[in-house]
Design a protein around this ligand. Sequence first.
Ligand SMILES: Nc1ncnc2c1ncn2[C@@H]1O[C@H](COP(=O)(O)OP(=O)(O)O)[C@@H](O)[C@H]1O
Ligand SMILES: O=C(O)[C@H]1O[C@H](OP(=O)(O)O)[C@H](O)[C@@H](O)[C@@H]1O
Ligand SMILES: [Mg+2]
Length: 338
Amino acid sequence: MAGDKNAAIEHRAYARVGLLGNPSDVYYGRTISFSLGNFWASVKLEPSQDLVNRLESDGYYGGVRLLMAICKIFHNHCKDNGITLRRENFRLSYDTNIPRQTGLSGSSAIVCAALSCLLDFYEVRHLIKVEVRPNLILNAEKELGIVAGLQDRVAQVYGGLVYMDFNKKHKEELGHGEYEPMDEGLLPSLHLIYAENPSDSGKVHSTVRQRWLSGDEFIICTMEEVADIALEGRTALIEKDYAKFANLMNRNFDLRRQMFGDNALGALNIEMVEIARRVGAASKFTGSGGAVVVYCPEGPSQAKLLEYECKKAGFLFQPVQVMPSFLNEIDLGTMSSK
Ligand SMILES: Nc1ncnc2c1ncn2[C@@H]1O[C@H](COP(=O)(O)OP(=O)(O)O)[C@@H](O)[C@H]1O
Ligand SMILES: O=C(O)[C@H]1O[C@H](OP(=O)(O)O)[C@H](O)[C@@H](O)[C@@H]1O
Ligand SMILES: [Mg+2]
């Protein structure tokens, strides 16, 4: 970025919705996810005389360590890849309106926005491929022991609607998944139900992960079925077959429920899915729990009824705004296939 070297740099990253196929991204599967315009985190980088690692925060506890982790991962990545960084100091601060720990990926939004600031501050945006950036974001969170998959970070780096394939062969050969931006105009209108009900995605995932690692047939087969939902969903969206799309959403949640069990998912989270289904809508988790994405096939009157039911139950209800891709020319220039 040309211009005043002393100017502050600010970037946003949006929440994300895992639309189909999650959580198979954690298990070499496939997902379709999109960037959610309703909520975002923003990070500000100000050149400063202070030490690089002096960080300030205006937001919740939890974000500062995320900022520190991405600085470390970014510096290591540059060192390992022969990318020279000029020696100048800065201060980072963040703010976020993403409901905390609701499966909307609040943590990686902070990391993603910070990475964007670092890319511009050091003028290395052209040197770090778009496909690689989600790995850096995930590694920063892994550094802190946060259990997570790649789909969140891909949706947040790319923006818009993205089909993702995390097959083992590709991941081992290239170090990342195959990411295909899709036309967000293919999406029907969607809604979001959420509650102030933090659930730790690491905790939710741990048992299923252990079973998968120890070769549990049921988990392995079911996870493959979940991955196939994203593949079928891609075709359903392209063909605008929304009846099929609704079935796939419901099936996605049902399979999650069989694998994780009601205890791990939590009664409140299950109720958010069921409240939608009782009015005839299709619904599933956006992430590991806390928020639900809903499709009302019968349109606005059904959505209105659901809004009323949610209010009665104490849940928050909002129409989904899809955030289009915000990759710029420099970003697009780094991509292997466009
Ligand atoms: N909105 C937020 N603001 C600050 N830190 C957050 C936020 N959301 C999550 N975190 C941090 O990231 C960690 C992992 O969050 P996680 O359970 O994955 O929730 P999410 O569904 O938002 O990704 C949390 O324990 C917390 O430290
Ligand atoms: O279980 C899921 O669907 C997702 O869980 C995590 O996301 P979160 O927003 O923290 O709930 C994880 O990072 C994703 O990769 C999973 O798909
Ligand atoms: Mg998370």
